[in-house]
Design a protein around this ligand. Structure first.
Ligand code: S3P
Length: 426
């Protein structure tokens, strides 16, 4: 699909975003192995989270969506059954990596794979710890999907993550639910903690001590009623739009403000963004609030170390902001970007080149000079949802209409993106 985006004079109004992708995956997986019914409102409408739902259903938890509420009926930790066919995780790294933790403990063999992009993403990072817990996993070329997972009786372990990855940490913790005793994970820097919060909501015993997280195996998990906060990573596109388009003033209602995700807002404020947070409440252990933002003078900044890990999904749109800022943006310690849905350092650079924007590349990041002019161009998502959306936002500040090829990729996390953009951009 080819989407045409015209330059905007303002991005204004109020929007509400579909549920957070990370939290939706976790609620669906845990509801699938809990006892009894769960009702999840504001579940992500993105294709990735629908892939998780389809997998959970294929494994024997009944699920239906009624009046926008996802109802999942789990049959307990041992209630899953062998799926009739291979599981399809679509484009979703979270689905294959986190669900593998559960599959590794099942008394049956499961094959799980996905689309072309997912089939190029590294799986060794979950295969190593799961093998140490007792599972046997085969992968294409020993590291890529599809995975064939021969479940086994798992034993608890203590594991130090070699990469900062919430998906890997979550995979090990989910496997730990099936091991007798305590499973402990040490992570190099703090990453999103939705798994720990969700595990507690469903009744598991989780302990967090700095960068060490442990879970006690064989808990009794019970179905819950939960509401998923709006997705802050989806909000990021609109926040940046409001910062780079003149005359903008935008309110994003009901967005997730979990401190392990909200480094985005701190970073924007540090760069000069005028942001107000109102009406903060909490649900399912997650903070939720309204974010008000208006066009501001953005100085620029540096993303490195722990902060890079905390903002990893927002970097494509922050690159766009960097080019419009006074002093530009430097990103380091971001080699994980090379193994996302696309090599995002390369796909950012290609679209920058097409818009006539300067960027200097490094193996683990890039530098973008500030005060650049955005030229109209034919841009490409390269099949990556965050690249589709980041460059649709860049197009709002271009000197003429831009085309986004493969714009439908946005539906992986945010099917309503273009409709929402049309409502607020004038
Ligand atoms: C996610 C963790 C991050 C992030 C992804 C979602 C999660 O991946 O990029 O979009 O829900 O745990 P990594 O764990 O690979 O860093």
């Amino acid at each position: 699909m080819r989407e045409q985006i015209s330059p905007a004079l303002s991005v204004s109004g109020a929007i509400q975003l579909p549920g957070d992708k990370s939290i939706s995956h976790r609620y669906a997986m845990l509801a699938g192995i809990a006892e009894g019914p769960s009702k999840i409102s504001n579940y992500s409408t993105g294709a990735d989270c629908q892939s998780t739902l389809a997998c959970v259903r294929a494994l024997g938890a009944e699920s239906e969506t009624k009046d926008g509420i996802v109802c999942i009926h789990g049959h307990g930790l041992d209630g899953l059954h062998e799926p009739a066919a291979a599981l399809d995780a679509g484009n979703s790294g979270s689905t294959i990596r986190m669900l593998s933790g559960i599959l590794a403990a099942q008394p049956f063999v499961t094959t799980i794979g996905g689309d072309e992009s997912l089939s190029r993403r590294p799986m060794q990072r979950i295969m190593t710890p799961l093998a140490q817990m007792g599972a046997r996993i085969e992968a294409r070329e020993n590291r890529f999907p599809p995975l064939t997972i021969r479940g086994a009786k798992l034993h608890p372990m203590e594991y130090t993550l070699p990469v900062a990855s919430a998906q890997v940490r979550s995979c090990v913790l989910l496997a730990g639910l099936y091991a007798d005793g305590r499973t402990t994970v040490h992570e190099p820097v703090r990453t999103r903690d939705h798994t720990e919060l969700a595990l507690r909501e469903f009744g598991a015993d989780v302990e967090v001590n700095g960068l060490t997280i442990s879970v006690t195996g064989r808990p009794h998990l019970e179905g819950r009623q939960l509401r998923v906060p709006g997705d802050l990573s989806s909000a990021a596109f609109f926040l940046v739009a409001a910062l780079i388009v003149p005359e903008s003033s935008l309110t994003v209602h009901g967005v997730g403000l979990n401190p392990t995700r909200s480094a985005l807002l701190d970073f924007l404020v540090e760069m000069g963004a005028q942001i107000k947070i109102l009406d903060v409440s909490s649900s399912g252990g997650e903070l939720i609030g309204d974010v008000l933002i208006r066009k501001s003078h953005i100085r620029g900044g540096v993303l490195e170390k722990a902060r890079t890990a905390a903002l990893i999904d927002e970097i494509p749109v922050l690159a766009v902001l960097g080019a419009a800022s006074e002093e530009g943006l430097m990103v380091r310690d971001a080699s994980e970007l090379r193994v996302k849905e696309t090599d995002r350092i390369a796909t950012i650079a290609e679209n920058f080149k097409r818009m006539g924007l300067a960027i200097e590349l490094h193996q683990d990041g890039f530098e973008v000079p500030g005060r650049q002019k955005f030229h109209a161009a034919e841009l490409d998502s390269f099949g990556d949802h965050r690249i589709a959306m980041a460059f649709s936002i860049a197009a709002l500040a271009a000197d003429g209409p831009c085309a986004i090829l493969g714009a439908d990729a946005a539906s992986v996390s945010f099917p309503e993106f273009f409709d929402t953009l049309q409502r607020v951009a004038r």
